[in-house]
Design a protein around this ligand. Structure first.
Ligand code: 5RP
Length: 235
């Protein structure tokens, strides 16, 4: 019986088909993205010339340690393709991301890429987003007031009495690479992800949220039934 780590690696391997010499890559964050980095490093060691912009300090460190060239996003954009994981995806390739806390940079990098290829094991493909708690990144200044506005916005969308949990890290509250906080919102089912995404982006104090709408061009999903590639509107 193969486990999810193996399927993540299968999806990561399939993403190598999107990579060509001379490309400028966006490099995602998380265990699936790290599996891709390891496989990419094998190609780089054999002479593949690519350069990447990382979606987190963790990914930048891992890529450099593996011998993959890293540069600033602004020196590379527009990128040819970003390869990244997801916490959930529906079949329209709307995503929940941010389980690793890198959602802000992940969204900036994806939006700076001609293509975004999402790699995932089969457990990530859902009928409706929302079972995975939606990460929302907020600035620390006035965090309690922002939280009130966030909860009011969620209530307007019918999400009343939602559990909103501040994410903790090794030393108290988790801080993102940009120094912000994350609140995980247990919505259970998201009925209209594009409208909710727009509304959350308008809450003062919210820096960004984990809904990625219309950004993914391709989804590579690997599971016991094999590997499938779905195309999104952004393809
Ligand atoms: C990090 C992310 C990751 O892509 C997401 O959490 C998936 O992680 P994994 O590949 O470890 O399952 O959004 O912020």
């Amino acid at each position: 019986m193969r486990d999810s780590a193996e399927f993540k690696r299968v999806a990561a391997a399939a993403a190598l088909d999107f990579i060509h010499p001379g490309m400028r890559l966006g490099l995602g964050t998380g265990s699936t993205a790290e599996a891709f980095l390891e496989l990419l490093a094998g190609r780089v060691a054999k002479g593949l010339d690519v350069v990447g912009a990382a979606t987190s300090e963790r990914t930048a460190g891992k890529a450099r340690a593996l011998g993959i060239k890293i540069a600033e996003l602004d020196d590379l954009a527009p990128l040819d393709v970003t390869i990244d994981g997801a916490d959930e995806t529906d079949d329209a390739l709307n995503l929940i991301k941010g389980g690793g806390g890198a959602l802000l940079r992940e969204k900036i990098v994806a939006a700076s890429s001609r293509k975004m290829v999402v790699i995932a094991d089969h457990s990530k493909l859902v009928k409706r987003l929302g079972a995975y708690a939606l990460p929302v990144e907020i600035v620390a200044f006035g965090a309690r007031s922002t939280l009130d506005r966030l909860e009011r916005t969620l209530a307007e969308f019918g999400y009343k009495d939602v559990t909103v949990t501040p994410r903790s890290g090794p030393e108290g509250l988790f801080r993102t690479d940009s120094g912000n906080l994350i609140f995980d919102c247990a919505l259970k089912v998201i009925h209209d992800a594009p409208s909710l995404a727009t509304a959350l982006s308008q809450v003062p104090g919210v820096v960004d949220h984990g809904l990625f709408i219309g950004l993914a061009s391709h989804l590579i999903i690997a599971g016991p039934a094999g590997t499938r590639i779905l195309e999104g509107k952004a393809s």
